[in-house]
Design a protein around this ligand. Sequence first.
Ligand code: ADP
Ligand code: MG
Length: 699
Amino acid sequence: MNQWLQTHIEFLKGVGPQRAKLLRDELGIATFHDLLYHFPFRYIDRSQFHLIKDIPQIDGYVQLKGQIISVSETGTGRQKRLNVKFQDNTGIIDLLWFQGYKYILPNLKLNTTYIVFGKAKPYVNTWNISHPEINPATGNEASMGWQPVYSSTEKLTASGLHSKGIQKLIEGLLDLASKVYFEETIPPKLIRELKLPAFGAAIRAIHMPADVGLAQKARTRFKFEELLNLQIELLLRKSINLQKNSGQVVAEVGQIFHDFYENNLPFPLTNAQKKVLREIRRDIGSGFQMNRLLQGDVGSGKTVVALLTILMGIGSGLQGALMAPTEILANQHFVGLSELLEGTPVNIALLTGSTKKSVRKEIHAKLLSGEIHILVGTHALLEDIVQFKNLGLVVIDEQHRFGVEQRSRLWKKNTSPPHILVMTATPIPRTLAMTYYGDLDVSVIDELPPGRKPITTKHHFEKDRSLVFGFIRREIALGRQIYIVYPLIQESETLDYNNLMDGYEAISRAFPLPDYRVSIVHGKMKPEVKDYEMQQFVEGKTQIMIATTVIEVGVNVPNASVMVIESSERFGLSQLHQLRGRVGRGAEQSYCLLMTGNKLSADTKKRIHTMVRTNDGFEISEVDLELRGPGDIMGTQQSGNLDLKIADLAKDGPLVALAREKARELLTDDPRLEKPEHVFLRLEAIKRLQDKPNWAEIS
Ligand code: ADP
Ligand code: MG
């Protein structure tokens, strides 16, 4: 075992108790092992020299070779500084020191060749480098190779552990390690199969690379190692859950399901919906608890899958719950499901934050007696006071607003935890689904109901507004309805509100009574007023609905054929896609018009072009990941949980998939990681599972 690597960092030469404490508090480095796994985030090529004349074209660090032509100290007191003029054959640059140059000054000589290294910054008409590294040229520069750059913190820097200081510690450690035999942490079979560098070679190459190609190979190895350990953890969690949680068995789907399927289902299911239902059926009949993620694009028909799932359970005497992230959505589900369930013996109720106390009490009682079969609601469902007679199935709509903790609160609502189906509002990139939901099984609806015409998406600049209005008039003349959406972002609510109201006025002028009628909904309205306005639009009494993003997950109006998104540059990709999904629900050709100002950033252009180019939510989610990174997509709380040190979910997609595949193979072959070549994987897994203690241990 690499026992030696567990040595406390305090005992490394150059560390000591104080720096050890800092390293632990600031970077979580406690042992030799931790220090070696503090990888550089980039490298600088020290064998290449730049010319002073090229500096304006270089962003970042430069390395120069030349002579000092003057040395002067200027200013007094705190203004004191050392100014060195440095030249090569192409130009002159200023080198500046504001402090601590007492030791440097005596060594600076004219007519000597120096190597200078640092970050060049423009200053008035010249360029300068503050606090550069400066050393007399030795002639061996070509062999200096690549220098690693490490992340550090302010406190560490103050104690001398800036990137360079950390580099020194690591070099010292690797020096010591030359006498130690490193054991391989990845099973040798995988090392061979994937042609990865061995641990000992890789750990040197990543910290002290002879060339950048070797460093990259080493990085790939450590990324793979990290992802492999993560995937093993997730797969183990999944199997531990299965072992721990015997689920309620739905032995057969029952008469209620069959009757509904025959008599009430308004359309034939798509093949994708059927496939997913079979997967769910298998899970809930298996005797183990289901934990399944259902992914499907907007409009792919997830709701009816949720309902059918719950109906299967009702046949076995189980109650079901459907939880939505907002009241509007919960309401909509309740209304939609109630309609579908008309004429069936299934009782459904709605529970949200604004349910009246008396009604609430009645619901609580009827849940306990079993009279209510399906409860639709918001977070209000999670409250401890909400208890069921026999809760068996929980569907969570629009997953990523519910954390793992909330999921686990649901588990406690019955002695044997309910089956859980999580549905996402918008597709999640494959690699993110694999990691954030790696402990869940995943089903995908990869097909839209038939007869949908792809939505045509166009980008218009503000100056083309009259064109857009003309188009809207023609669509209304054809009997269609229009959405016009304005951004509403919390931080600037007042501004957005004014913006919305200005828009409302302008639209009302352009589309005047009595020919046109306009509805408006926004977050500052009383719920009754909002409902009234929505209802007017749903019933076709108004032709235009002006709204903030409240409609994002809200209404379903098949006759609406145009979605105009104002200030599109202020929306994220998944939001744009979600909004677009509000149209294209009827038989007519639908349109999405993205309005923007004239000046667009590169990111905005990419977002808009992606929307214009494709309707495929999975494809859009990949671009979104590329633009925003996983943290912004999943929310910081969830991404913080992962704590990846070197792998990057946005950039290392193929490696994530490979790690998942290999983790699966490995655990199929050795489910408890008992083989000697898996000892490191096993130790790491135990550590990871114990770090989050609400999960069982493997032993
Ligand atoms: P989402 O997956 O976005 O939640 P919904 O469940 O709201 O989608 O379904 C979108 C629309 O498609 C609804 O009006 C629903 O009734 C309809 N729908 C669902 N499945 C089918 C199907 N198999 N055939 C035709 N229409 C369907
Ligand atoms: Mg939905």
